[in-house]
Design a protein around this ligand. Structure first.
Ligand code: COA
Ligand code: MG
Length: 291
């Protein structure tokens, strides 16, 4: 399922969680990791459990998908975070500081132990896959991560700390070279694994023009969704990542033209040569729109 927008919501704030639920995001990520202080983590687990148990009774079509971001596998907190979800239906778990397919398989086994029997295997996983130098070298491995994996995203903040970079953006506000490499490798790693590439956060949440520019560059390059940190970013991301009626009509025309041409490898449409890559591109665009 394509997620245009995934909104981070600190899990220790019931007020923000309520706002997140009504934000229009395709998914909200109840965060137990970096946005929650160590002293508040236990309380946050309780809040998450309460919220998910509570919304089980609400109408699914007005709710975002619910993701929970657990603490990283090397913190010793992951199992306890998952334990708080035992027996509840959660759409997905976000794993920070993933180092490759092995991290996902480990998490997947842990999820299997707490998932309700009637929803066995349904909990999906999205990872943040670029948070250390080491993690970058695992980006080619996700094809063997197993069927739960549905998305790969990337992050520049923890990577910056890991490599000791003074900054991750230049004076023009755009990511500098090491972080652009991480972004590109995340895109390639996701596509190679057959999962959704999801662009990282744009932290400057009052800068709408900056967000639009970053969405546009992400779409240009092949990302199909973006993480958000503030509800105001959600409608912009949703708008930007929704294929326009013109794009959809063009994609449908290409698919129809190939269907009419039978088994043709190449066709002409409106004076343009179209071959297999164009067809696949059109099919993927229609799939993003659920067609
Ligand atoms: N999810 C849900 N609601 C949010 C929100 C979020 N991520 N960020 C802000 N809001 C709410 C605020 O609670 C506030 O609601 P209120 O007026 O009813 O109190 C409203 O939106 C406006 O917020 P604003 O005053 O503009 O921002 P802020 O100073 O309260 O919060 C942040 C700024 C950065 C602390 C906040 O956006 C946030 O917590 N973001 C998520 C951080 C996170 O999860 N990081 C981890 C991943 S990188
Ligand atoms: Mg982090």
């Amino acid at each position: 399922m394509f997620m245009r927008s995934m909104l981070f919501v600190p899990a220790d704030s019931p007020r923000k969680i309520e706002k997140g639920l009504g934000s229009g995001a395709d998914a909200i990520i109840l965060d137990l990791e970096d946005s929650v202080a160590a002293s508040a983590k236990e309380a946050a687990r309780g809040i998450v459990r309460g919220v998910i148990a509570d919304i089980a009774g609400r109408k699914a079509d007005v709710l975002p998908r619910i993701y929970v971001r657990v603490n990283a596998l090397d913190t010793g907190l992951t199992a306890g975070d998952l334990k708080a979800l035992e027996g509840l239906k959660v759409d997905g778990i976000m794993l920070p500081k993933s180092e490759g397919a092995a991290s996902v398989r480990r998490l997947s086994a842990m999820i299997g132990a707490i998932e309700p029997a009637e929803h066995r295997g349904e909990t999906r996983i999205t990872v943040v896959a670029t948070e250390s130098a080491k993690a970058l070298f695992g980006l080619g491995s996700y094809e063997s991560a197993g069927p739960r994996l549905e998305g790969l995203s990337w992050g520049a903040e923890d990577l910056r700390t890991d490599i000791g970079a003074r900054d991750n953006r230049g004076a023009d506000g755009r990511h500098t070279e090491p972080f652009r490499l991480a972004r590109s490798l995340c895109l390639f790693g996701a596509v190679a694994a057959g999962v959704q590439p999801i662009d990282s956060v744009f932290p400057n949440f009052r800068d709408e023009a900056g967000l639009r520019l970053e969405c546009d560059e992400a779409l240009r390059d092949g990302f199909t969704g973006k993480l958000a940190i503030h509800p105001a970013q959600v409608p912009i991301i949703n708008e930007m990542f929704t294929p326009s009626p013109e794009e959809l009509a063009r994609a449908q025309a290409i698919v129809d033209a190939f269907a009419r041409a039978g088994d043709a490898g190449v066709i002409g449409l409106d004076g343009e040569m179209l071959d297999r890559p164009h067809l696949v591109h059109a099919q993927r665009l229609l799939a993003r729109a659920g067609r």
